[in-house]
Design a protein around this ligand. Structure first.
Ligand code: SIN
Ligand code: FE
Length: 308
């Protein structure tokens, strides 16, 4: 069972030793729990929140999800140039800094080695979105990024529901270490393991710089990343998995925040709009329960290393 544990009331500042406390939170995340806050545990100025909530009504430029790249301080996903673009970039910049300062203290073991990935503002209503199967977020899946392979590092996400009146509704399934032994073989693990063992390195496994030298935008995708990308699609296309009993349904209320490893907890968003999200790539070396990590689980099943 994926559990959602509320850290609001117990107060995450109470226990005496902050490092020990943080390791406990990391362990729960790595076991596949969702850490939940009834409020917003980082600074988000009311004016910024109001502008984000209002952009959809005031400008046709905001009809897409908006992504923010903290390391470049750049916004992507506006339909067209907008007078608000600079203001929005400044808001996402402040959001990224504030949520990161909170997460760095709440999850201390991860901060020294993590990589700030993208942040996003998800303004579109998720219910009834007409998307191709692989892009549908209302089907249970584990996350894998086609353009940003992790080579075994982990995908951690912090979400905040900015909708003032409606919850963001999720389904979750059993975590990766429970489902992989049942499903990894059907999802083609043996093929990925065979490629990993083989001395032939296909083009998709050439280091990115070699790919670029050939003029190809090739991500440096390890056998682990190839499997995880395929597993994302496999789960979405697997009717039996989608329809099996034992899923949990969560309603994340207005202004609540939750943290989850989305590469190991199968999740689907059924409805909701106006969410903020920040992604962190957590170094494998900083995990407190490495035996639960998808790479470790898969390598045990496959009997071979899946890393580059
Ligand atoms: C996802 O990662 O599948 C999307 C979750 C959400 O936007 O709530
Ligand atoms: Fe996802």
């Amino acid at each position: 069972m994926v559990e959602v544990t509320d850290y609001t009331a117990a107060g995450w500042t109470v226990p005496a030793n902050p490092d020990e406390r943080s390791r406990g939170y990391c362990a729960r995340l790595e076991e596949g729990q969702i850490l939940f806050f009834a409020g917003i545990p980082y600074e988000l100025p009311a004016a910024d929140r109001d502008l984000l909530i209002g952009v959809r009504q005031t400008s046709a430029a905001y009809h897409k999800n908006i992504s923010y790249r903290p390391r470049e301080d750049r916004i992507h996903g506006l339909d067209r140039a907008s007078a608000d673009a600079d203001r929005l970039r400044a808001i996402m910049n402040a959001y990224s800094r504030n949520v990161t300062a909170f997460a760095a203290d709440f999850l201390r073991p991860y901060a020294p080695g993590w990589k700030l990935d993208f942040a996003s503002f998800r303004s579109i209503e998720e219910r009834g979105r007409d998307l191709p199967l692989k892009q549908r977020n209302d089907l249970l899946h584990t996350d894998a990024f086609p353009t940003r392979p992790t080579n075994g590092n982990r995908i951690l996400r912090v979400f905040t529901n900015l909708n003032p009146s409606e919850p963001r509704v999720w389904l979750t399934g059993e975590p990766f270490d429970v489902i992989a032994p049942r499903l990894a073989s059907d999802a083609g693990l043996a093929d990925h393991a065979a490629k990993a063992r083989s001395s032939l390195r296909p083009i998709s496994r050439l280091p990115g710089r070699v790919g670029s030298a050939l003029g190809l935008p090739v991500p440096d995708r390890s056998p682990y990343d190839s499997f995880m990308l395929g597993f994302h699609d496999y789960l979405k296309a697997n009717r039996a998995f989608q329809e099996a009993p034992g899923k949990s349904r969560w309603e994340f209320p207005p202004n609540s925040t939750w943290i989850v490893f989305t590469d190991s907890v199968p999740h689907a968003v059924l409805s909701g709009r106006l969410a903020l999200e920040h992604t962190y790539i957590i170094s494998e070396e900083d995990l407190v329960l490495p035996e639960k990590s998808p790479r470790h689980v898969l390598e045990k099943l496959a009997g071979t290393s899946l890393r580059n």
